[in-house]
Design a protein around this ligand. Structure first.
Ligand SMILES: C[S@@+](CC[C@H](N)C(=O)[O-])C[C@H]1O[C@@H](n2cnc3c(N)ncnc32)[C@H](O)[C@@H]1O
Length: 225
């Protein structure tokens, strides 16, 4: 049986109604205990267990930076999207009520389930989510906000660099990018890391010692920007 202490700690500090917290907890428990959904292009077993560890830093960084325009690369059943949408809804109070999480998924079965989860939470999250059901390399080509504040890269590693290059022109200087499993999947992230480490591309980064390695990247802007 998985250990739910990290989840309960995260929920304890979440600013949301008791019913929202209860539904969110149920979704996490389901995600951690049910037999994994197998797609043709799935990640190794065990990833689900590590994934919600990322929520603590995500939550902290999102609230602290007052990010309102967020891109989530890899939505799956929409659980992380809920945390992002709740944070954006609260941050939007400081920026004229505007904000959105662009959620991306290319598998219909997963997107349908994500929609059902969000519907359970209703207005607490629905107005804040723009789901794009398409290959991310297409769905992020158009209709991006003028400024992106935060990106969660929780997608297959070979898609990290193409995704970053699509959003980079819209990244606000100071925008944060969080990459899950950056050490565990380091082999797949080789091109991505080389790009991030090259100073001419305008990024600074650090690795936070969570299981699998959680990389936090800040966009400092290209020279002359
Ligand atoms: C690790 S999961 C995301 C988990 C989610 N962030 C969460 O914590 O609940 C990565 C997702 O990316 C999706 N994905 C893979 N390739 C994709 C592509 N080319 N375009 C859009 N989504 C893709 C997968 O179907 C999978 O659901």
């Amino acid at each position: 049986m998985p250990d739910f202490r990290t989840l309960d700690k995260a929920l304890a500090t979440l600013q949301a109604s008791d019913s929202v917290k209860e539904i969110l907890r149920d979704l996490h428990v389901q995600a951690l205990t049910e037999i994994p959904y197998v797609s043709t292009d799935d990640q190794p077993a065990g990833v689900a267990l590590q994934r919600f560890v990322a929520l603590e830093p995500d939550k902290l960084l999102l609230r602290a930076s007052r990010a309102t325009h967020v891109v989530e690369a890899g939505t799956s059943f929409g659980v992380s999207t809920i945390w992002l949408a709740l944070a954006v809804s609260q941050n939007a109070a400081f920026s004229g009520g505007h904000g959105k999480v662009i959620a991306t998924e290319n598998e219909t079965v997963k997107a349908d389930r994500a929609r059902r989860h969000w519907a359970q939470l209703g207005d607490a999250v629905l107005p804040w989510i723009d789901l794009r059901l398409e290959d991310i390399r297409e769905s992020l080509k158009t209709n991006l906000p003028e400024q992106i504040d935060f990106v969660l890269l929780d997608i297959w590693s070979y898609l990290a660099l193409p995704t970053l290059k699509l959003v980079q022109p819209k990244l606000r200087v100071g925008a944060t990018i969080v990459v899950d499993n950056a050490i565990a999947a380091a082999e797949g992230y080789k091109d991505f890391h080389a790009y991030i480490e090259d100073p001419k591309n305008g990024f600074k980064n650090t690795m936070v010692p969570y299981t699998g390695g959680l990389q936090v990247i800040v966009y400092v802007g290209k020279q002359g920007q």
